[in-house]
Design a binder for this molecule. Structure first.
Ligand code: COA
Length: 193
C-alpha cells in the first residue's frame, strides 16, 4: 500500500521538531507557527476548547494540530481547513489484531487479519494514524470511537469510506500519509472549513 506523494497542497504545511518526551510541546509549536505566519509568538491566540483541542483564533482563518511520539514533534498548519495530524513511531505490535478487533471497525479488523504477518504491524499503525488524525481534526479525539469511521486501502493508499454523521461526508476528508523520518509514520487529515 503506497504512502501519499511527498508534496502537500499549497494551503497546508508540516513542521518537524525534536521534542523531549514529557516536556511541553506548545512552546515549540508557537515558535514554529510564529515563523510560518510571520507574527510574534505572543500575538498567537491558541486556546484549548473544552475537549482539549487547540484552536488557533488569531491570526484568523488557520487551523493547527500537532502530535508527539518518541523524541519528535510534528505540527500541521492549514488555511481554510479543519485538520488533524498524528505521528507514531514504528515498533513491533504483537497485539495489533486484538486491538483492531476491539476498537476498529469490523471490516478494518478483517482487512488486517487477511494481511500477511510481516505487513500487519505497519498497516495497523497507518490505520491508527489515519483514524486519529480525523478524530483530532473533529476535536473529540479517541473518545469519539475509533470504530465510528472506516478506512479502506486502494491503489492510492488509505481512504475514508464511511463515518458517523457527526464527521460529515467521507468524501469531504482528504488524507496525506508520510514517513517524516525513518521509523515514523504520520497522517494528516483535513476537510474544507
Ligand atoms: C487527543 C488525543 C487523540 C491525543 O492522542 P495522543 O496520541 O496521546 O497524543 P498526540 O501526541 O497525537 O497529540 C497530542 C496533542 O493533541 C492535541 N489534543 C488534545 N486534545 C485534543 C482533542 N480533543 N482534539 C484534537 N486534538 C487534541 C493537543 O495539541 C495535544 O498536544 P499537547 O500534549 O501538547 O497538549 C487523545 O489524547 C484523546 O483522544 N484524548 C481524549 C480527548 C478527551 O476526551 N479529553 C477530555 C478532556 S476534558
Amino acid at each position: 500500500m503506497p504512502l501519499s506523494a511527498p508534496s502537500l497542497p499549497g494551503h497546508l504545511r508540516l513542521g518537524w521538531r525534536p521534542h523531549r518526551h514529557g516536556t511541553p510541546a506548545e512552546p515549540l509549536v508557537r515558535d514554529w507557527l510564529a515563523g510560518e505566519l510571520g507574527t510574534g509568538a505572543a500575538a498567537l491566540a491558541l486556546p484549548r476548547d473544552p475537549h482539549g483541542r487547540p484552536r488557533l483564533q488569531a491570526p484568523a482563518g488557520f487551523d493547527v494540530s500537532w502530535s508527539h511520539s518518541g523524541e519528535h514533534l510534528l505540527v500541521a498548519l492549514g488555511e481554510g481547513v479543519e485538520l488533524g495530524v498524528d505521528l507514531e513511531r514504528l515498533r513491533p505490535r504483537p497485539r495489533a489484531l486484538d486491538l483492531a478487533r476491539r476498537f476498529f471497525h469490523p471490516r478494518e479488523a478483517a482487512w488486517l487479519q487477511a494481511l500477511p504477518e510481516p505487513d500487519r504491524a505497519s498497516a495497523f499503525v497507518r490505520l491508527w494514524c489515519a483514524k486519529e488524525a480525523v478524530l483530532k481534526a473533529h476535536g473529540r479525539g479517541l473518545a469519539f470511537g475509533l470504530h465510528r469511521l472506516e478506512f479502506a486501502a486502494d491503489a492510492d493508499g488509505l481512504r475514508l469510506v464511511a463515518c458517523a454523521p457527526e464527521l460529515g461526508a467521507p468524501a469531504d476528508w482528504s488524507l496525506h500519509e508520510s514517513a517524516p523520518r525513518p521509523g515514523y509514520v504520520a497522517a494528516l487529515a483535513w476537510r474544507p472549513r
